[in-house]
Design a protein around this ligand. Structure first.
Ligand code: HAM
Length: 425
């Protein structure tokens, strides 16, 4: 085939053979969020660029290297959402949602765009499921969303994800930590990558997060933020751990988690698969971001949330052999032996569909043999064949395709009642 063009690198088509898996996973996600009181929010695919520069942080890889930024025809600089949190915060403030009282709990499923090197599980367009709680500073709020995520994984049958947590403190305790980190990394300046040399001045915490193997080796022995937490941050972290213990959630403390976005404070966490030993494809992550709302122009408001990459989650489920229920089978395929039966097939399908049964009939004028083959291919539960004889007698045979059992039904006013009895028995 001489295709004009193909899908853009790093993007994926979700074909019918997979789209039902997405629907299944997304329904479970939104239902779970609903059980915790999260209401869905939808924000535009693009926003003014400064929102992400400021919100995600201009020292981050996302802002420096990965954003899809363009000028629209009106000369505005716009950016395709690289993540869901900042856009949700913008919408919350713009529409005064915090005025209705707190906590405000929002959930979303959104496409995100990052110009990363594509590989399995890493795309330039991907989908995030996220939850965000606004107005709750308590450690209970942190643990509530972690509970949500762990129950969600359980419902999806995923057993392999482990929870890793850390606290990266508040701006107060981080000041001292940054100086200690700077002092430490300064000794290895020559061996750091060029990006990290710049980070050394601007934001040495980003070096801990660098993917360059040389920087990672150096960062392995860097001072740990946990040793620099102020009293309040330490208490908050202790409470988080205690509540997690109380909820029976197992976790590991990983002082190396700093997260790739600048807005985090205090609790941060990630869900990592044992198959992902070099943490290339972290399945989900989040944390507290008590300063972001103010940064974007709102009132001081604590907040906490997480995001899970849907592609990574589905890949993980597949790698673990977790079966996702197949979509509903076709209830009845109405085959026609000749053209005269087409109008009847159409009206009977309409009756069944209006009553929420999944019905199909031939719309491409196939031979009867080809129609039967198609009914098999779509795995129809019942087959009804209509022809001149059936129309004349106002009766037809409906066959259970699994058992081979046959029933005679009328094609007059009793059609629906009789078919319904057979389909629902
Ligand atoms: P994040 O860790 O940057 O956090 O992204 C969340 C999840 O999105 C990742 O754990 C991963 O599953 C998925 N993801 C990220 N990049 C890609 C990619 N290129 N291809 C496929 N999946 C990807 C955030 O974005 C925060 N907004 C999470 C959050 C919400 N924090 C607080 N509230």
């Amino acid at each position: 085939m001489n295709l004009l063009t193909k899908a853009v690198r790093g993007t994926q088509d979700i074909l019918p053979a997979d789209s039902y898996k997405w629907k299944f996973v997304q329904n479970i996600m939104l239902n779970e969020a609903n059980l915790y009181g999260f209401k869905e929010i939808r924000t535009p695919v693009f926003e003014h660029t400064e929102l992400f520069d400021r919100g995600v942080g201009d020292d981050t890889d996302i802002v420096q290297k990965e954003m899809y930024t363009f000028n629209d025809k009106g000369g505005r600089s716009l950016t395709l959402k690289p993540e869901g949190t900042v856009a949700a915060v913008r919408a919350v403030l713009e529409h005064g949602l915090l005025n209705d009282g707190v906590p405000l709990k929002l959930t979303y499923i959104t496409p995100c765009y990052r110009y990363e090197k594509p590989q399995s599980g890493r795309y330039r367009e991907f989908y995030q499921f996220g939850v965000e709680t606004f107005g709750a500073a308590s450690p209970e709020a942190d643990v509530e969303i972690i509970c949500l995520a762990t129950t969600l994984f359980e419902r999806l049958g995923i057993l392999d994800l482990s929870l890793e947590i850390n606290s990266i403190g508040c701006p107060k305790c981080r000041q001292e930590y940054r100086s200690a980190l700077k002092k430490y990394f300064e000794k290895y300046r020559e061996n750091l990558c060029s990006t990290c040399i710049v980070r050394l001045e601007k934001n040495p915490m980003r070096i801990v997060d660098c993917k360059n193997p040389d920087c990672q080796k150096i960062a392995a022995d860097a001072p740990s933020i946990i040793d620099f937490l102020c009293k309040d941050c330490r208490l908050h972290f202790n409470d988080v751990k205690n509540y997690l213990n109380g909820a029976g959630i197992t976790y590991k403390i990983n002082p190396k988690i700093v997260r790739g976005l600048d807005y985090y404070t205090r609790t941060v966490f990630e869900f990592v698969s044992s198959l992902d030993s070099n943490r290339n494809l972290v399945c989900g992550g989040g944390g507290r971001y008590d300063g972001l709302i103010e940064e974007i122009g709102g009132p001081t408001t604590p907040a906490v949330g997480f995001g899970i990459g849907i592609e990574r989650l589905i890949l993980l489920m597949q790698s673990q052999g977790i079966e996702i229920p197949k979509p509903n089978r076709c209830d009845v395929f109405i085959a026609t032996a000749d053209k005269s039966a087409q109008a009847k097939a159409l009206s009977l399908s309409k009756i069944l569909r209006e009553a929420s049964f999944y019905a199909e009939f031939d719309i491409v004028e196939k031979s009867l043999k080809a129609q039967l083959k198609y009914a098999n291919k779509i795995n129809a539960k019942f087959l009804l064949v209509l022809g001149e004889k059936e129309l004349a007698e106002k009766k037809a045979e409906i066959k259970n395709m699994d058992s081979g059992e046959k029933f005679v039904i009328s094609l007059d006013n009793n059609f629906f009642i009789e078919v319904k009895n057979i389909l629902t028995n």
